[in-house]
Design a binder for this molecule. Structure first.
Ligand code: GLY
Length: 395
């Protein structure tokens, strides 16, 4: 017990790279999480009927909620299975992956919202990277074409949701994540216009979505014919002027990823500013797992959002790759602290529980009273990605 405590203290502080025993204990922690995930996702697989995807689990009723493949999260379950397969080589996990990819493939033609990147790149992007089958690359290319149909040249942005009574031409910060699909497709033989669209969208978002403290609005409503900003607000945050935590995570991840593909310094600068906003925020708890909104009413007596912690930890690990010296140490040790917290009994399910999901305590959309304090597929996905990234880059 005393040793475990000492280990946790060392992992949660200190420099980016661990040495000696700390390093091997971090290696062990990652190994434990992947082997837990291997067994836990077999429980989840049994709970989810063929033809649909897992969404969440309600502990009170013991019920799994599923979704069709048009739901924005439909790529995360196959994506998580792929990270688990990559680590463990488990062929039962691979078979389950292929079953789910086959029901998802048809969405390569979907143009109903901007979520094609989440849906088709977290799934088929990882499938192509790991399994090297050209048929998956073709799916990615078609999906990029579908996403590009939502681009408005006059405004220079991809429209996130369709027009409604509330929003005319809404663009949400989450949309930064979908640009990876476009950039990857362009860089791998796809149409060069996909990259131009992604760069234009990232530039407009950089100009219009951020406050002077580098926190991000959730929604910017555009007149798509002129590019004029109509208003800025929120749908999932605590208030129009608040910093919705997962949105800050999408922004951090998005601009770090933009730098990966373009090497444009302004994207890296933006990512560092966003990381500073998050890591220096007085409302960021000591264990590194944010409340659902940095300005949520009732802090500290309100919900954490584990999904935000998972996204931020994965993004910080990539940011560490583009940083040196003390900045690198700061980003990597903050990410490590989050990974250690997420792996603890505070946030991680016990084997066989939680419907088969890995992590507890995420928040989907609190103002809509939807998915509050539950497991979510994307929390699991970015947690596994963070574990894999840590192993690849820092061990
Ligand atoms: N992209 C939707 C969300 O983050 O909840």
């Amino acid at each position: 017990m005393k040793n475990t405590l000492l280990f946790l203290i060392m992992l949660c502080t200190g420099s980016g790279f661990l040495k000696g025993q700390d390093r091997s204990q971090m290696k062990q922690l990652i190994d434990d999480q992947f082997h837990f995930a291997e067994e836990q996702y077999k429980v989840l697989a049994k709970n989810v009927p063929a033809g649909v995807m897992p969404k969440t689990y309600y502990a009170k009723s013991g019920k799994i909620e599923t979704s069709d493949t048009k739901w924005w999260c439909s790529g995360f379950y196959p994506g998580s299975l792929l990270y688990i397969y990559e680590y463990t080589g488990d062929t039962a996990i691979l078979s389950e992956t292929k079953r789910r990819l086959s029901i998802l493939e048809k969405e390569k033609h979907y143009t109903g919202n901007h979520d094609l990147g989440f849906m088709m790149f977290c799934s088929f992007g990882n499938a192509y990277r790991i399994l090297k089958d050209e048929k998956y690359k073709a799916v990615i290319d078609t999906s990029a074409g579908s996403l590009a149909t939502r681009y408005h040249p006059a405004a220079g942005v991809i429209q996130s949701w369709n027009s409604s009574k509330t929003w005319k031409g809404p663009v949400i910060i989450d949309n930064m994540m979908n640009l990876e699909l476009l950039l990857w497709a362009s860089a791998h033989g796809g149409d060069s216009k996909y990259k131009q669209i992604a760069v234009s969208h990232a530039n407009k978002t950089l100009k219009n979505h951020f406050r002077s403290d580098y926190s991000s609005y959730h929604v910017v409503d555009y007149d798509m014919l002129t590019g004029k900003v109509i208003r800025r607000g929120t749908a999932q945050g605590a208030a129009d002027e608040s910093a919705w935590s997962r949105g800050q995570g999408w922004a951090l991840y998005g601009y770090t990823m933009m730098y990966r593909f373009t090497k444009d310094q302004k994207y890296l600068d933006q990512a560092i500013h966003i990381a500073d906003f998050i890591l220096k925020h007085p409302n960021l708890p000591a264990d590194g797992i944010p409340y659902w909104d940095f300005n949520a009413p009732g802090i500290p007596d309100t919900y954490r959002d584990v999904s935000a912690g998972a996204v931020i930890s994965s993004a910080l690990l990539e940011l560490g790759q583009y940083s040196t010296g003390r900045s690198k140490d700061r980003f990597v040790s903050a990410a490590r602290k989050m990974i250690v917290s997420l792996s603890s009994g505070q946030y991680r399910s016990k084997p066989g529980e939680n419907g088969g999901f890995l992590l507890l305590h995420s928040v989907g959309a609190l103002p809509l009273k939807s998915e509050v304090d539950v497991p979510l597929t994307y929390a699991d996905y970015y947690f596994l990605e963070a574990l894999a990234r840590y192993k690849k880059w820092y061990l």
